[in-house]
Design a binder for this molecule. Structure first.
Ligand code: SF4
Length: 332
């Protein structure tokens, strides 16, 4: 056992904040080594403690499909990829039915996702209707384009509990969004009382330890209620797909490092997409997704499995699936 690595791991487990240099060291550990498994053990132990052994499944519904002007290289909605050349917004009744279905299946929170092609007022119209159709205690979370302080207040007024918003690895280089705009949105949301869920990703094999560490530190500074580590899902034919993808086993290692770096301040830690290796290594949040999403080329996908399948996988990994509203998003 490398005593230097063990010292960093136990510093985190003992409640200390690990530095950027220490995060890089942990990311550089061979993932099938004794130290690699110590990391995963420690991450799991930390999540067990913060979540009291409970795991959550959040449902997500995409309300629209079509070309998005933000042109993220890895996304099937990017206008330049022409995967979905025509814009289409799903009928409200269908969206409500899907959201209610996720809630009835046991989703602890429901996310309403829209591409940047949907203007905030239109999104809020949908959000209000969905909010009214869900149980009052089920948190509704927005996964949408950037917005300002007024937008954040309007979302809060519409009954949104929180946002899922990320500064993606390579933001501004592989996307058409200035990373500072993403940070400003998150700050505006928090100022309005919206809770933040975020993630470190989408990770590809081409990313350096420095890039993953820098995003890890940034997400920690943003003080989310849950963080995550997610690999890039390659869309066939998109340029980044040439790099290949990171295995779930390697992601379990990255996930463990990001989780340890976040410390005891966050309750939940997630991974796209549900996988047993991530759950064993400390992920206690999975997503079940409906409608199109940026990692798929189908309009009506079932990405991340169903709520029931995600819950079953978490239980297989030794978690107790939470019933009722999300603790992470302030449900109780
Ligand atoms: S990831 Fe989001 S912002 Fe980027 S192109 Fe896709 S839908 Fe648009």
């Amino acid at each position: 056992m490398d005593k230097g690595i063990a010292r960093i791991v136990y510093k985190a487990l003992d409640g200390g904040e690990i530095t950027a240099a220490e995060i890089k060291k942990l990311l550089g550990v061979a993932w099938l080594s004794e130290e690699g498994f110590l990391l995963q053990y420690a991450s799991r132990k930390m999540s067990e403690a913060t979540a009291r052994g409970k795991a959550e499944v959040h449902g997500q519904v995409g309300i629209d499909i079509g070309p998005c002007p933000k042109n993220c290289e890895y996304c099937s909605f990017a206008a330049k990829h022409s995967v979905f050349p025509a814009a289409k917004v799903h009928p409200l009744a269908e969206i409500i039915e899907t959201c209610q279905g996720l809630e009835a299946a046991g989703a602890n929170a429901v996310y309403l996702m829209a591409t940047a092609a949907v203007a905030l007022p239109e999104y809020i119209r949908y959000a209000r209707e969905v909010r009214a159709a869900l149980k009052p205690e089920t948190p509704l979370v927005a996964n949408i384009d950037d917005f300002d302080e007024e937008g954040a207040k309007a979302l809060r007024k519409a009954g949104i509990a929180g946002i899922y918003h990320c500064v993606r690895i390579g933001e501004g280089k592989v996307t058409a969004i200035d990373p500072q705009v993403r940070v400003r949105t998150i700050k505006a949301a928090k100022k309005a009382g919206l809770l933040l869920g975020t993630s470190v990703g989408p990770v590809g094999p081409e990313h350096s330890v420095e890039e993953v560490a820098a995003t890890t530190v940034l997400t920690r500074e943003l003080k989310p209620v849950n963080n995550a580590a997610c690999r890039r899902i390659n869309i066939p034919g998109l340029p980044l797909s040439a790099h290949g993808s990171v295995s779930y086993a390697r992601m379990a290692h990255i996930l463990a490092v990001v989780r340890l770096a976040n410390g005891y301040d966050i309750i939940g830690f997630g991974t796209h997409e549900p996988n047993g290796m991530g759950a064993m290594a400390g992920a206690n949040l999975f997503w079940a997704e409906r409608g199109a999403n940026p990692r798929d080329t189908s309009e009506a996908t079932v990405r991340g499995w169903t709520v029931e399948q995600a819950r079953a996988l978490l239980e297989e990994a030794g978690w107790e699936a939470l019933t009722g509203p999300s603790v992470m998003f302030g449900g109780r």
